[in-house]
Design a protein around this ligand. Structure first.
Ligand code: THU
Length: 132
């Protein structure tokens, strides 16, 4: 799948966002190393802290379908003037499975930037800290 196709999948997913509080609809498209793509959108809650980010929705779908190895994720918000970067919590959740995956952060006008996740979450706390 091309970058543009993955970005389009994320943009399509953002149309399902449930974001009545922020009005900030986000879509994510997560490509696994076997080529499968799982999408997600943000799901807000009246108890704000119970909100789920688009990336975490996509990860939950992938892991619950047996995928734990990711190649790329595209993150889109049509309303954003800035590149839609993953929040710290999403960086951590993605890093659990694929610390060196690629992150495509997309702007409302379709331009995007690409980072390796381990640039965005340098010297991460991870499973190696826990395993003895
Ligand atoms: N949001 C995401 O879906 N992903 C991120 O990485 C950052 C923030 C959502 C959460 C909330 O519904 C809205 O954007 C405003 O913060």
């Amino acid at each position: 799948m091309t970058d543009r196709e993955l970005i389009q999948a994320a943009a399509d997913a953002s149309k399902n966002a449930y974001a009545p509080y922020s009005g900030f609809a986000v879509g994510a498209a997560l490509e696994c190393t076997d080529g499968t793509v799982f999408t997600g959108c943000n799901v807000e809650n009246a108890a704000y802290g119970s909100t789920m980010c688009a990336e975490q929705a996509a990860v939950a779908k992938a892991v619950s379908e047996g995928r734990r190895s990711f190649r790329r994720i595209a993150i889109v918000s049509a309303s954003g003037k800035e590149y839609c970067m993953p929040c710290g919590s999403c960086r951590q959740v993605l890093s659990e499975f694929s610390p060196d995956m690629e992150v495509l952060a997309v702007r409302g006008d379709g331009r995007y930037v690409s980072y390796a996740l381990d640039e965005l979450l340098f010297h991460s706390y991870n499973r190696d800290n826990l395993l003895r």
